[in-house]
Design a binder for this molecule. Structure first.
Ligand SMILES: Nc1nc2c(ncn2[C@@H]2O[C@H](COP(=O)(O)OP(=O)(O)OP(=O)(O)O)[C@@H](O)[C@H]2O)c(=O)[nH]1
Ligand SMILES: [Mg+2]
Length: 306
């Protein structure tokens, strides 16, 4: 004997008590599967109600998700690693930094953005793995909108794609970002280069810089680091005082003047700065005296005069 519809509705509501998010979605799906699929009548009404709940639960989950994803910026630049699941993003992160992160031969090993600091040319740069949930994001699928929000905050993007995988999955990711209006300096890392060369991806994405990289090959990792450095657009200036040059340069976005460097150390120093002595590529001779507005280039060493 089937239950009266009113009782059935009560049973359904009782099954949902205390369940939210994905647990509630699972339960609602199970309920739908058990309901007879009538087009009209009381069962159709119940089905409609359950479907409405499903949609509402998904929307709530998205809102919670959106609020909870943020990546605190660290280092001189923030570079997002984006690509389909299983592309090797976590493996790259692990090879380039000291973080421990789960890698796995299956999709969606990483489910939230994971930041890691790596030192390139003496400067700390933040890499952020974006989980492969981007596709469908413009329709709000699976927290993808929040991830696109993270990308909007990044300085540049490294697309990661298995060198031997067909290009379609990555094309879908690129289309998604285009639809979302995300346009950043980028390069394409053809991953797992120990298994296949970058040629196929280079042919499929003629407008993008493509670089083969394998976590098993240190030279390719160093080339990758340098490519990431070029993406940051940063310029390094070394501080000098009393004849000693500091190991860690100041990294700034060009154009960079003597005043900018002073300001990056302290606003007060900028206020007192009258110029600098410069050693390196922008100096006509070593130790040249220059004014506050002198334009510095990568690799210069300066002694601020105040
Ligand atoms: N041969 C080879 N395998 C690699 C390389 N990099 C990653 N892999 C393998 O590829 C698989 C996926 O690696 P992950 O780093 O977890 O990939 P991911 O892009 O972070 O994946 P999700 O987080 O699931 O989206 C793992 O089995 C890795 O061991 C590489 O350079 N060479
Ligand atoms: Mg991962």
């Amino acid at each position: 004997m089937p239950m009266p519809h009113r009782t059935q509705m009560q049973v359904i509501k009782r099954r949902l008590v205390g369940k939210d998010g994905s647990e509630r979605v699972r339960e609602l799906r199970a309920i739908l599967a058990e309901l007879p699929n009538y087009r009209s009548g009381p069962y159709a009404d119940i089905r409609k109600w359950v479907n409405g709940e499903l949609e509402a639960t998904r929307t709530r989950a998205r809102v919670v998700h959106r609020d909870s994803i943020s990546v605190r910026r660290e280092g001189a630049a923030q570079i997002a690693l984006v690509g389909p699941p299983n592309a090797g993003k976590s493996s790259l992160l692990q090879a380039l930094s000291s973080i421990q992160i789960k890698t796995g031969d299956y999709a969606f090993t990483t489910t939230r953005p994971v930041p890691a600091l790596t030192r390139i040319n003496g400067v700390l740069v933040q890499l952020v793995e974006i989980p492969g949930l981007i596709v469908g994001a413009s329709e709000g699928r699976g927290g993808g909108r929040a991830l696109i929000g993270v990308l909007r905050g990044a300085d540049a993007i490294v697309f990661c794609h298995d060198a031997s995988a067909p290009p379609a999955e990555l094309q879908a990711v690129l289309a998604e970002l285009e639809a979302a209006g995300v346009d950043k300096p980028s390069l394409l890392a053809a991953t797992k280069a120990d298994e296949a060369g970058p040629e196929a991806l280079a042919a499929a994405f003629p407008e993008t810089d493509v670089l083969g990289v394998s976590v098993l090959d240190d030279d390719s990792l160093e080339a990758f680091r340098q490519a990431v450095w070029r993406l940051t657009g940063l310029l390094r200036v070394f501080l000098r005082s009393g004849g000693e040059i500091e190991d860690e340069p100041v990294a700034l976005q060009p154009p960079v003047t003597v005043l900018d460097v002073a300001d990056s150390i302290h606003h007060e120093l900028a206020a007192r700065c009258v110029g600098a002595r410069v050693w390196g590529p922008s100096a006509r001779f070593e130790g040249q005296r220059v004014g506050r507005e002198h334009a510095l280039v990568d690799g210069d060493a300066v002694e601020i005069l105040a």
